[in-house]
Design a protein around this ligand. Sequence first.
Ligand code: MSK
Length: 630
Amino acid sequence: MGNFKLTSVEEFEAATNRLLETGAKVGADAWQLRVKNQTPHCKFGEQGVCCRICSMGPCRITPKAPRGICGCDVHGIVGRNFLRFTAGGSATHSDHGREICHTLHTVSPDGNYKVKDPEKLIRIAKEWGVETEGKDIYDLAHEMSELALLEYGKPFGTQRFLKRAPKHTQELWAKAEIEPRAIDREVATALHMTHMGCSSKPEALIRQSLRCGLSDGWGGSMCGTEFSDVMFGTPKPVDTEANLGVMKEDYVNIIVHGHDPSLSEMICDYCEDPEMIALAKSVGAKGINVAGVCCTSNEVAMRRGIPMAGNFLQQENVVLTGACEAIVVDVQCIFPALGPLSKCFHTKFITTSPIAQMPDSDFIQFNAETAGENAKLIVRTAVENFKNRKPELVHIPQLKQKATVGYSVEAIVKTLDKVTNSQVDETGTTKPLIECITSGVLRGAVAMVGCNNPRVRPDSAHIELMKKLIANDIIVVLSGCSAQAAARAGLMDKDAKELCGAGLKRVCELADIPPVLHMGSCVDISRMLILASELAKDSGLNISQLPLVGCAPEWMSEKAVSIGNYVVSTGIDTFLGVEPQVTGSSEVVGLLTDGIRDWVEAAYTVEKDIDKLGDLMIQRIEEKRAALGI
Ligand code: MSK
């Protein structure tokens, strides 16, 4: 174990407080201050009982005013708000996936984007019934891109990827009438259903919420993940580092932030360009250091080992170091606050997507066709900005941890094969993992996902839950900002096996893995769906029977609700540490926490006490084991 020590949440906070002192000196605003201005939050909004769907209102439901002007009761209003929230998340993830499909259409042997994983492309093509024999791989990529784009608007049929689910799951979806059709259609239907004068029956609204979530997880997000792998490579275990200490004082620091890897992959390429490195040296830097924030960070960490500076609530911190030459963003989870904040420092806040345009930013539009030129201009802009640094404002907290990341399903299967087979089976199955679980060496698995949210002490819920689960021999797979919380704390260091129970520790030693596995960004939760499906097929069980649960202890975004809906709809009980804005309706709460179990064999549990949330997950895993007699 050597000198291994986790970084504590108190150390995270001390580093943040020191950065906020710099912020105060230059008159910078910060989310910590804005939270104070925004609390207490509006109770009507918190409970989901405010309706702004037409201009007769807004209507707010109280005991004295139990119906809106149209006569809709609280259950209809809460249900409609929940469905609209889901639709926002599903549209966002799926549109990311669509952009990836469009980028796939631009691939060429000498272009900006290439096919890096031809085997995966061929595998998906065969799955979709596309002839691959004798076909040029780039012709196949273009054909697959067009077919994938049709998934968004096809007039008939359901999502192609649904066939990856076990037969039983597919039957449940058909019976519950929640099989997603065209991806965009489910979002449009959600908006139509929630228009004034359409659905106000909670059951119908929640059913569509599940369907709209499924169109994301088994549709748009899965396209995003799979075709990103085709273009940028399927992740394999790779070593990296995490936390603000990955920024380097003597280097030009470029931070990539957002979600879409098309831009960040290109930025990483140009940061290694000899011409750009020479330029950096000519302005007095030792070189160029690129690091990431949020899910863009997860994408480039998984494929290139690019260090992870921080997660969602760290995004202002990277600017507050005074050592960030440019924070380059694509889409989603980007604070508009970065504009005014960057003006307090020398930092260039570079927006690149028409989808995410913000005041006080430099907009350099990024297109797949001109990606190389755009990325080079961005890198050059950052490098030339090094001379504008104000040395008196520079402070980089010296916190960082080692992390091994890059556990795609393919990598997990291959790696865990080592636990039981001396000879690695190249085709691979999840059977070794199943054997570990049935023998009790591992008690089960938790898929932990999601954001930070100031309602929860940042990162504390993620880290405390992970420590508790691994100590109980429960393996944890992670994505999104929860993965970065783990990496920053040190839980993705292989030495963290010392914090595990005896069974998980043994598995970590045999397979040479950390006890929590980084599966990627938030669209990559589709990888977890595939893993759960493979486990079910290889074990002959239904997904809902597996000792496996999902958890989002610090979630905040619409995407997280869409994710929750597709995870429960896949048969995985899902545990939340932040209440969805539905508490105003007993009927909607009843459906989400219990009623939907009749349709999809899983439901939500909400518990704000994080220790109890951990106990409830362990209890559910043990109940599933007992039901199987293992
Ligand atoms: S970035 S959606 S804060 S995980 Fe994917 Fe993190 Fe949540 Fe954004």
